[in-house]
Design a protein around this ligand. Structure first.
Ligand code: TYM
Length: 327
């Protein structure tokens, strides 16, 4: 069975960009592949975190993973910091990657822009991500478009390591959807929807109330026309809303255009509110059920046990190849 690995940071709330671009794919893959889905808390601390929030968000993300439909009897769900091999391999890979290639990472440039100080962890973040992936003999990595460059680096590191020390790592392939891999911000359709945007109406979180969802969608930027038409270049705001409508409402773009011909943005947005609210409602009620059941910790413990078992094998083979003494 082919292996899949992916991760989501437990920082603040998870939004529909994360869901459409990545998590929804996780659910689709779980029946056909051996999947490892991780709560990447070590990545979160590359920027300042409130410890209490990080703790709460990590457990909430685990509950959310299950609420969207990930089945712990089919997939391995775990917290990254529960598996020390991630940090250990990250160090070994840091000693096999170059400052020149990390200097090119656009996400590092964006995240460090205008900051007085930046942690070295933020700089080496993509190498930890490569370690996450390579530790599980991963074939496929479902991610949104913003992780493409990190995946390319991961491939480069694995190919280089294999050349230097002999076949060790499987070179992973990114799984990036042709459509929906970059959901844009609702307040500015030229930027991606992002957890770090302080305007709460720039995004829709999976746990948002119906009234908040309604407000955010009704406020979402469109354009001065009134035609519901998919045209990313000239109508980025409307096209972004249509993408969400298409994926959550399961209606082809052409049908959406026909349905709202002559009706304007008001009717379109009103229906989109309905679609998003009814799409998130089952996730939200399942989420509450899972949190109340107290099963999250048990699932995470079992997940970490399996993840440790699989990753230790790969880590040991790496250490052997590099010449470390293993007793
Ligand atoms: P993170 O936590 O920022 O995002 C989680 C996933 O959501 C995708 N995503 C989006 N997709 C579509 N539209 C958007 N606006 C949008 N915003 C985010 C991301 O591409 C991602 O797939 N570095 C990663 C976490 C990570 C990881 C890994 C992923 C750590 N180790 C190993 C894969 C494999 C990150 O910060 O994701």
């Amino acid at each position: 069975m082919k292996r899949v690995f992916s991760g989501v940071q437990p920082t603040s709330q998870i939004h529909i960009g994360n869901y459409i671009g990545a998590i929804k794919r996780f659910v689709e893959l779980q029946n056909d592949m051996d999947c490892f889905f991780c709560i990447v808390d070590l990545h979160s601390v590359t920027v300042p975190q409130n410890p209490k929030e990080l703790y709460k968000n990590s457990l909430q993300l685990a509950a959310l993973y299950m609420a969207v439909g990930l089945d712990p009897s089919k997939v391995t769900l775990f917290i990254q910091s529960h598996v020390p091999a991630h940090s250990e391999l990250a160090w070994l890979l840091q000693c096999n990657s170059y400052m020149g290639e990390l200097n090119r990472m656009t996400q590092f440039k964006e995240k460090s822009l205008g900051k007085d100080t930046v942690t070295t962890g933020l700089y080496t973040y993509p190498v930890l991500m490569a370690a996450d992936i390579l530790l599980y003999d991963t074939h496929f990595v479902p991610v949104g478009n913003d992780q493409k460059q990190h995946l390319e680096l991961c491939r480069d590191i694995s190919i280089r390591f294999n050349k230097k020390y002999g076949e060790t790592f499987i070179v992973p392939e990114p799984l990036i959807s042709k459509f929906g891999a970059r959901i844009m911000s609702l307040d500015d359709a030229t930027n991606k929807m992002s957890k770090s945007n302080e305007n709460k109406h720039s995004k829709i979180n999976l746990l948002d109330s119906p009234s908040k969802i309604k407000k955010s969608i009704m406020k979402a930027v469109t354009d001065s026309e009134s035609e519901v038409r998919f045209d990313v270049e000239n109508k980025p705001g409307v096209s972004n809303l249509m993408t969400i409508y298409n994926i959550l409402g399961d209606l082809p773009l052409e049908d959406i255009e026909n349905k709202y011909e002559g009706l304007g943005y008001g009717a379109f947005k009103k229906d989109l509110v309905e679609i998003v609210v009814s799409g998130l409602e089952p996730i939200q009620s399942k989420y509450e059920e899972i949190l109340a059941s107290g099963e999250v910790e048990k699932v995470l413990k079992e997940g970490a046990d399996r993840a440790r078992e699989v990753s230790n094998e790969v880590l040991n083979s790496v250490k052997k190849k590099m010449g470390f003494v293993i007793l």
